[in-house]
Design a protein around this ligand. Structure first.
Ligand code: SF4
Length: 343
């Protein structure tokens, strides 16, 4: 992995939650990086460790969570060694976040314009009227309908899509270098989802903000991310460019995620696909491949030892799966045949 040019770098990060029942190993040695003005996605089912990873990177990890290994570097700064004051300066100003459910994040008793202005005044010493002018600019930038009127609205007076736009405005008003978006479109209907994705894409270009998208839905990722990290049970099981993941996926878990993206040409009453089974208990993580209990191609080696990461067509396309071990050719051929029949 190159080190010099990356805006953000996570190396071998491990995070555990120390509960009465024992140590839950939520993130188990993951590495990824983000370049300036790039969008990447961390994709996986809930509980795979993606949100914990982002909370750790932003310095928002709460007890009983604790970093047990690895490093996080932002512009060469060691994020895990920063004081609370230094972290506060970074949060909002350089790194910021939007969440799935704006209603639980927005203050119901404050007008939305005031809430955006508050985010700005937290990091900039400006007067109320200067902040208000900046809010209005931002609302125009995000193409908010009737900004002069709607900046005085309360959250409950706006639609779900408009509230998510307000969250985007709050997150970007300080012009941060990195925006973390945690399931930003999950609570929205499909048309509004598309509008929010388009908005984030256009703002990224206008403001030069890099985006880390966190989602369980590969469909959302297709229109946004240049690179994708697929996470399962606290590990990255496959990573690559969006083209690698969508056109040349290698890991059976990625195959399952792709198969469960709804297709326009499918009969949803018959063709709905999902990955059977549940992820492993991270209080006692499995000894071998974490996906083995749900994988139809699992063999003895999968259960007894963790697969090594293998590189494919490009150095950046990698997956951890025994199917690609030189001795597993017959198994791989059978898997490819079966996948071909599923398409
Ligand atoms: Fe399936 Fe084995 Fe590959 Fe794990 S290592 S994904 S169990 S084939």
């Amino acid at each position: 992995m190159e080190t010099s040019s990356h805006l953000l770098e996570v190396n071998d990060l491990a995070v555990s939650f120390f509960t009465y029942a024992g140590e839950v190993q939520a993130v188990r040695g993951i590495s990824w990086y983000l370049n300036k003005n790039e969008t990447i996605a961390l994709v996986g089912e809930s509980g795979c460790g993606k949100s914990v990873t982002i909370q750790t990177v932003m310095g928002l990890l709460q007890s009983p969570g604790r970093v047990t290994g690895g490093s996080v570097r932002f512009e060469e700064r060691d994020m895990l060694g920063l004081s609370a004051k230094e972290l506060r300066q970074l949060q909002g100003n350089h790194m910021t976040m939007i969440f799935q459910d704006p209603l639980s994040y927005l203050n119901p008793t404050m007008r939305v314009g005031e809430q955006i202005a508050e985010s700005y005044r937290l990091h900039h010493k400006v007067s109320r009227s200067e902040a208000e002018a900046r809010v209005l600019d931002m609302m125009h930038l995000i193409s908010f309908p009737e900004p002069e009127r709607n900046m005085y609205a309360y959250p409950h007076q706006l639609s779900g899509g408009m509230r998510q736009r307000i969250m985007v405005a709050m997150a970007l008003i300080c012009n941060p270098q990195v925006l973390f978006a945690d399931e930003p479109t999950t609570a929205l209907d499909v048309t509004i989802q598309a509008q929010i994705i388009e908005l984030m894409n256009s703002l990224k270009e206008k403001l030069n903000t890099a985006i880390v998208l966190i989602t369980h839905d590969l469909g959302v990722v297709a229109n946004m991310a240049q690179r994708i990290y697929v996470m399962y049970a606290g590990k990255i099981v496959e990573r690559g460019s969006a083209k690698d993941i969508f056109y040349r996926p290698k890991h059976p878990y990625t195959w399952g995620l792709l198969a469960s993206v709804p297709r326009l040409d499918a009969d949803q009453s018959r063709d709905f696909r999902y990955i059977p089974g549940t992820p492993p208990d991270l209080l006692n993580p499995p000894k071998g491949c974490p996906f083995a209990a749900r994988c139809r191609y699992a063999c003895r080696a999968c259960v007894s030892s963790i697969p090594e990461e293998m590189a494919f067509d490009s150095e950046d396309h990698r997956a951890s799966c025994w199917l690609y071990h030189p001795g597993a050719e017959a198994l791989l051929a059978a898997a490819e045949r079966e996948r071909g029949m599923q398409r």
